[in-house]
Write a protein that binds this ligand. Sequence first.
Ligand SMILES: Nc1ncnc2c1ncn2[C@@H]1O[C@H](COP(=O)(O)OP(=O)(O)OP(=O)(O)O)[C@@H](O)[C@H]1O
Ligand SMILES: [Mg+2]
Length: 288
Amino acid sequence: MTTFTPIHTHSHSWASDTGDWRQRAAYNSAFGNCRRRAAITTEFDADQLHHWAMQLSQDYLPDRWERVSSSALTRVAVHRERGLYYKDFVARSPAAALQALATGSRATRARINGEALLLAGIDAPGTILWGQLPGGTEYLFTVAMPGAGIDHWLRNLLAKRGPEALRQRRQLLHALGTFIGRVHATGFIHGDLRPDHVLAALQQEQFRFTLIDNERNARKTPAPGRMLLRDLMQLNMLAPGVVSRTDRMCFFRAWRRQMRELSPIEAKILAAEAYRRALRRLHHKGQR
Ligand SMILES: Nc1ncnc2c1ncn2[C@@H]1O[C@H](COP(=O)(O)OP(=O)(O)OP(=O)(O)O)[C@@H](O)[C@H]1O
Ligand SMILES: [Mg+2]
Protein backbone atom coordinates (compact mmCIF):
# COMPACT_ATOMS: atom_id res chain seq x y z
CA MET A 1 0.00 0.00 0.00
CA THR A 2 1.21 3.52 -0.73
CA THR A 3 2.65 5.25 2.31
CA PHE A 4 0.52 8.03 3.58
CA THR A 5 1.74 11.03 5.51
CA PRO A 6 -0.64 11.85 8.34
CA ILE A 7 -2.29 15.16 7.83
CA HIS A 8 -1.83 17.85 10.39
CA THR A 9 -4.56 20.08 11.58
CA HIS A 10 -5.76 22.45 14.19
CA SER A 11 -8.64 21.57 16.39
CA HIS A 12 -10.75 24.66 15.78
CA SER A 13 -14.21 24.62 14.30
CA TRP A 14 -15.06 22.79 11.11
CA ALA A 15 -16.49 25.86 9.52
CA SER A 16 -13.27 27.82 9.68
CA ASP A 17 -11.27 24.69 9.06
CA THR A 18 -12.63 24.10 5.63
CA GLY A 19 -12.01 27.56 4.26
CA ASP A 20 -8.32 27.26 3.49
CA TRP A 21 -7.87 23.55 3.25
CA ARG A 22 -6.32 23.65 -0.18
CA GLN A 23 -3.37 25.77 0.87
CA ARG A 24 -2.94 24.13 4.21
CA ALA A 25 -3.52 20.50 3.92
CA ALA A 26 -3.64 19.60 0.28
CA TYR A 27 -2.72 16.03 -0.05
CA ASN A 28 -2.56 14.21 -3.28
CA SER A 29 -1.26 10.76 -3.61
CA ALA A 30 -1.25 8.05 -6.18
CA PHE A 31 -3.00 5.06 -4.74
CA GLY A 32 -3.26 2.56 -7.53
CA ASN A 33 -5.57 4.44 -9.81
CA CYS A 34 -7.25 6.22 -6.91
CA ARG A 35 -6.63 9.78 -5.87
CA ARG A 36 -7.29 11.40 -2.56
CA ARG A 37 -7.10 14.85 -1.12
CA ALA A 38 -7.65 15.60 2.51
CA ALA A 39 -9.15 18.72 3.97
CA ILE A 40 -8.02 18.14 7.52
CA THR A 41 -7.45 15.87 10.03
CA THR A 42 -6.21 14.88 13.38
CA GLU A 43 -9.31 12.96 14.27
CA PHE A 44 -9.66 11.13 10.97
CA ASP A 45 -7.08 8.92 9.41
CA ALA A 46 -7.28 9.31 5.65
CA ASP A 47 -6.21 5.71 5.03
CA GLN A 48 -9.09 4.55 7.22
CA LEU A 49 -11.51 6.85 5.39
CA HIS A 50 -10.39 5.64 2.00
CA HIS A 51 -10.72 2.05 3.13
CA TRP A 52 -14.29 2.77 4.29
CA ALA A 53 -15.02 4.38 0.93
CA MET A 54 -13.85 1.26 -0.88
CA GLN A 55 -16.20 -0.83 1.25
CA LEU A 56 -19.18 1.53 1.18
CA SER A 57 -18.95 1.94 -2.59
CA GLN A 58 -19.31 -1.80 -2.89
CA ASP A 59 -22.43 -1.81 -0.73
CA TYR A 60 -20.62 -3.29 2.22
CA LEU A 61 -21.46 -1.51 5.49
CA PRO A 62 -18.44 -1.31 7.81
CA ASP A 63 -19.02 -1.41 11.57
CA ARG A 64 -21.17 1.49 12.84
CA TRP A 65 -22.03 2.81 9.41
CA GLU A 66 -25.71 3.15 8.47
CA ARG A 67 -27.15 3.52 5.02
CA VAL A 68 -29.15 6.73 4.36
CA SER A 69 -31.80 6.72 1.65
CA SER A 70 -30.59 8.66 -1.36
CA SER A 71 -31.22 9.14 -5.05
CA ALA A 72 -30.36 6.37 -7.53
CA LEU A 73 -27.06 7.91 -8.62
CA THR A 74 -25.56 8.41 -5.19
CA ARG A 75 -24.82 6.27 -2.16
CA VAL A 76 -25.07 7.98 1.21
CA ALA A 77 -24.12 6.59 4.62
CA VAL A 78 -23.58 8.00 8.09
CA HIS A 79 -21.28 7.19 10.99
CA ARG A 80 -23.14 8.90 13.81
CA GLU A 81 -20.51 8.57 16.54
CA ARG A 82 -17.82 10.08 14.35
CA GLY A 83 -20.20 12.74 12.99
CA LEU A 84 -19.38 11.75 9.46
CA TYR A 85 -21.33 11.43 6.20
CA TYR A 86 -20.14 9.48 3.17
CA LYS A 87 -21.50 10.15 -0.29
CA ASP A 88 -20.38 8.77 -3.61
CA PHE A 89 -21.25 9.94 -7.06
CA VAL A 90 -21.66 7.27 -9.67
CA ALA A 91 -20.62 8.55 -13.09
CA ARG A 92 -23.79 9.46 -14.99
CA SER A 93 -24.38 9.78 -18.73
CA PRO A 94 -21.77 10.71 -21.35
CA ALA A 95 -23.36 14.18 -21.34
CA ALA A 96 -22.71 14.47 -17.61
CA ALA A 97 -19.11 13.40 -18.18
CA LEU A 98 -18.75 16.22 -20.72
CA GLN A 99 -20.28 18.70 -18.30
CA ALA A 100 -17.82 17.50 -15.66
CA LEU A 101 -14.96 18.39 -17.99
CA ALA A 102 -16.32 21.90 -18.37
CA THR A 103 -17.55 22.67 -14.86
CA GLY A 104 -15.92 20.08 -12.60
CA SER A 105 -17.35 16.78 -11.43
CA ARG A 106 -20.40 16.63 -9.15
CA ALA A 107 -18.21 15.91 -6.13
CA THR A 108 -15.86 18.76 -6.97
CA ARG A 109 -18.72 21.19 -7.42
CA ALA A 110 -20.33 20.08 -4.16
CA ARG A 111 -17.04 20.58 -2.33
CA ILE A 112 -16.10 23.94 -3.85
CA ASN A 113 -19.62 25.34 -3.58
CA GLY A 114 -19.85 24.24 0.04
CA GLU A 115 -16.63 26.09 0.79
CA ALA A 116 -17.91 29.24 -0.91
CA LEU A 117 -21.02 29.16 1.28
CA LEU A 118 -18.92 28.71 4.41
CA LEU A 119 -16.70 31.61 3.44
CA ALA A 120 -19.82 33.75 3.09
CA GLY A 121 -20.91 32.72 6.58
CA ILE A 122 -23.65 30.36 5.42
CA ASP A 123 -23.61 26.92 7.04
CA ALA A 124 -22.84 23.98 4.78
CA PRO A 125 -21.16 20.64 5.49
CA GLY A 126 -17.38 21.03 5.41
CA THR A 127 -15.42 18.48 3.44
CA ILE A 128 -13.25 16.05 5.34
CA LEU A 129 -11.93 14.01 2.47
CA TRP A 130 -12.49 13.86 -1.26
CA GLY A 131 -11.32 10.86 -3.21
CA GLN A 132 -11.67 8.80 -6.30
CA LEU A 133 -12.13 5.06 -6.55
CA PRO A 134 -11.01 2.64 -9.21
CA GLY A 135 -13.47 3.08 -12.08
CA GLY A 136 -13.75 6.83 -11.55
CA THR A 137 -16.50 7.02 -8.90
CA GLU A 138 -15.78 9.96 -6.61
CA TYR A 139 -16.59 10.18 -2.96
CA LEU A 140 -16.83 12.84 -0.29
CA PHE A 141 -16.71 12.55 3.45
CA THR A 142 -18.39 15.55 5.04
CA VAL A 143 -19.09 16.77 8.54
CA ALA A 144 -22.48 15.60 9.79
CA MET A 145 -24.47 18.78 10.35
CA PRO A 146 -27.06 19.00 13.11
CA GLY A 147 -30.77 19.13 12.54
CA ALA A 148 -33.45 17.67 10.32
CA GLY A 149 -34.84 18.69 6.94
CA ILE A 150 -37.47 21.41 7.13
CA ASP A 151 -39.94 19.02 5.52
CA HIS A 152 -39.50 16.75 8.56
CA TRP A 153 -40.00 19.70 10.93
CA LEU A 154 -43.17 20.84 9.21
CA ARG A 155 -44.64 17.41 8.53
CA ASN A 156 -43.78 15.73 11.82
CA LEU A 157 -42.03 17.67 14.56
CA LEU A 158 -44.27 20.74 14.40
CA ALA A 159 -47.33 19.19 12.80
CA LYS A 160 -49.62 19.61 15.81
CA ARG A 161 -51.80 22.65 15.84
CA GLY A 162 -51.51 23.52 19.53
CA PRO A 163 -50.44 27.08 20.41
CA GLU A 164 -46.84 26.11 21.22
CA ALA A 165 -46.35 24.12 17.98
CA LEU A 166 -47.96 26.96 16.04
CA ARG A 167 -45.65 29.51 17.63
CA GLN A 168 -42.62 27.38 16.77
CA ARG A 169 -43.84 26.79 13.21
CA ARG A 170 -44.05 30.52 12.68
CA GLN A 171 -40.66 31.01 14.31
CA LEU A 172 -39.20 28.35 11.98
CA LEU A 173 -40.78 29.82 8.84
CA HIS A 174 -39.77 33.35 9.74
CA ALA A 175 -36.17 32.29 10.46
CA LEU A 176 -36.13 30.21 7.27
CA GLY A 177 -37.30 33.20 5.22
CA THR A 178 -34.57 35.36 6.71
CA PHE A 179 -31.95 32.67 6.08
CA ILE A 180 -32.93 31.97 2.45
CA GLY A 181 -33.30 35.73 1.84
CA ARG A 182 -29.76 36.21 3.12
CA VAL A 183 -28.48 33.39 0.87
CA HIS A 184 -30.19 34.97 -2.16
CA ALA A 185 -29.24 38.52 -1.27
CA THR A 186 -25.59 37.39 -1.03
CA GLY A 187 -25.95 36.19 -4.63
CA PHE A 188 -26.19 32.44 -4.05
CA ILE A 189 -28.74 30.33 -5.84
CA HIS A 190 -28.97 26.81 -4.47
CA GLY A 191 -30.28 25.21 -7.65
CA ASP A 192 -31.83 22.17 -5.91
CA LEU A 193 -33.61 23.79 -2.99
CA ARG A 194 -35.91 20.96 -2.01
CA PRO A 195 -37.12 21.21 1.58
CA ASP A 196 -34.93 18.25 2.60
CA HIS A 197 -31.84 20.13 1.43
CA VAL A 198 -32.27 22.72 4.19
CA LEU A 199 -31.51 21.31 7.62
CA ALA A 200 -32.83 23.12 10.68
CA ALA A 201 -31.61 22.65 14.24
CA LEU A 202 -33.11 24.36 17.28
CA GLN A 203 -30.25 25.63 19.43
CA GLN A 204 -30.80 27.88 22.43
CA GLU A 205 -34.32 28.68 21.19
CA GLN A 206 -32.99 29.77 17.79
CA PHE A 207 -33.20 27.90 14.51
CA ARG A 208 -29.92 27.38 12.75
CA PHE A 209 -29.91 26.30 9.12
CA THR A 210 -27.53 24.37 6.90
CA LEU A 211 -27.65 24.03 3.11
CA ILE A 212 -26.76 20.57 1.86
CA ASP A 213 -26.40 18.97 -1.58
CA ASN A 214 -24.70 22.06 -2.97
CA GLU A 215 -23.43 20.77 -6.28
CA ARG A 216 -25.89 22.86 -8.31
CA ASN A 217 -25.20 26.17 -6.54
CA ALA A 218 -24.62 29.23 -8.70
CA ARG A 219 -23.48 32.71 -7.76
CA LYS A 220 -24.88 35.78 -9.47
CA THR A 221 -25.39 39.27 -8.12
CA PRO A 222 -28.10 40.30 -8.42
CA ALA A 223 -29.66 36.86 -8.75
CA PRO A 224 -31.84 36.64 -11.89
CA GLY A 225 -35.58 36.35 -11.24
CA ARG A 226 -36.00 33.00 -12.95
CA MET A 227 -33.28 31.45 -10.77
CA LEU A 228 -34.86 32.87 -7.63
CA LEU A 229 -38.20 31.59 -8.83
CA ARG A 230 -36.85 28.08 -9.28
CA ASP A 231 -35.36 27.99 -5.77
CA LEU A 232 -38.56 29.37 -4.25
CA MET A 233 -40.76 27.02 -6.23
CA GLN A 234 -38.75 24.00 -5.04
CA LEU A 235 -38.91 25.15 -1.45
CA ASN A 236 -42.68 25.49 -1.81
CA MET A 237 -43.09 21.86 -2.81
CA LEU A 238 -44.98 20.98 0.34
CA ALA A 239 -48.68 20.22 0.14
CA PRO A 240 -51.22 22.80 1.39
CA GLY A 241 -52.15 20.31 4.12
CA VAL A 242 -48.59 20.57 5.44
CA VAL A 243 -47.93 24.28 4.90
CA SER A 244 -50.82 26.74 4.89
CA ARG A 245 -51.02 30.01 2.97
CA THR A 246 -50.42 31.93 6.18
CA ASP A 247 -47.30 29.82 6.80
CA ARG A 248 -46.04 30.67 3.31
CA MET A 249 -46.75 34.38 3.79
CA CYS A 250 -44.73 34.27 6.99
CA PHE A 251 -41.76 32.84 5.06
CA PHE A 252 -42.11 35.33 2.19
CA ARG A 253 -42.36 38.41 4.37
CA ALA A 254 -39.07 37.49 6.07
CA TRP A 255 -37.44 36.54 2.74
CA ARG A 256 -38.56 39.81 1.16
CA ARG A 257 -37.03 41.86 3.97
CA GLN A 258 -33.57 40.58 2.95
CA MET A 259 -34.14 41.22 -0.76
CA ARG A 260 -34.05 44.97 -0.61
CA GLU A 261 -33.38 45.63 -4.28
CA LEU A 262 -36.60 43.88 -5.38
CA SER A 263 -39.52 46.17 -6.15
CA PRO A 264 -42.77 45.35 -4.32
CA ILE A 265 -44.31 44.13 -7.56
CA GLU A 266 -41.33 41.87 -8.39
CA ALA A 267 -41.44 40.33 -4.94
CA LYS A 268 -45.19 39.75 -5.17
CA ILE A 269 -44.91 38.11 -8.57
CA LEU A 270 -42.11 35.82 -7.39
CA ALA A 271 -44.05 34.76 -4.31
CA ALA A 272 -47.31 34.15 -6.18
CA GLU A 273 -45.65 32.41 -9.11
CA ALA A 274 -43.48 30.15 -6.90
CA TYR A 275 -46.60 29.05 -5.02
CA ARG A 276 -48.66 28.53 -8.18
CA ARG A 277 -45.95 26.49 -9.92
CA ALA A 278 -45.26 24.39 -6.84
CA LEU A 279 -48.96 23.52 -6.50
CA ARG A 280 -49.16 22.65 -10.18
CA ARG A 281 -46.15 20.34 -9.84
CA LEU A 282 -47.52 18.72 -6.70
CA HIS A 283 -50.76 18.18 -8.55
CA HIS A 284 -48.94 16.46 -11.44
CA LYS A 285 -47.06 14.28 -8.99
CA GLY A 286 -50.35 13.34 -7.36
CA GLN A 287 -49.38 14.82 -4.02
CA ARG A 288 -52.41 16.99 -3.58
N1 LIG B 1 -23.23 16.40 5.88
C1 LIG B 1 -24.48 16.04 6.18
N2 LIG B 1 -25.01 16.39 7.38
C2 LIG B 1 -26.27 16.01 7.71
N3 LIG B 1 -27.07 15.29 6.91
C3 LIG B 1 -26.60 14.91 5.71
C4 LIG B 1 -25.30 15.27 5.26
N4 LIG B 1 -25.10 14.75 4.04
C5 LIG B 1 -26.23 14.08 3.73
N5 LIG B 1 -27.14 14.16 4.73
C6 LIG B 1 -28.46 13.50 4.79
O1 LIG B 1 -28.51 12.51 3.79
C7 LIG B 1 -29.59 12.74 2.87
C8 LIG B 1 -29.15 12.40 1.46
O2 LIG B 1 -28.02 13.20 1.10
P1 LIG B 1 -27.99 14.06 -0.23
O3 LIG B 1 -29.19 14.94 -0.31
O4 LIG B 1 -26.66 14.73 -0.30
O5 LIG B 1 -28.05 12.91 -1.30
P2 LIG B 1 -29.07 12.67 -2.52
O6 LIG B 1 -30.27 13.47 -2.36
O7 LIG B 1 -29.21 11.23 -2.71
O8 LIG B 1 -28.20 13.19 -3.67
P3 LIG B 1 -28.61 14.02 -4.95
O9 LIG B 1 -29.78 14.90 -4.56
O10 LIG B 1 -27.33 14.76 -5.21
O11 LIG B 1 -28.92 13.02 -6.01
C9 LIG B 1 -29.94 14.21 3.06
O12 LIG B 1 -31.29 14.47 2.77
C10 LIG B 1 -29.62 14.44 4.54
O13 LIG B 1 -30.70 14.00 5.33
MG1 LIG C 1 -30.45 15.27 -1.97
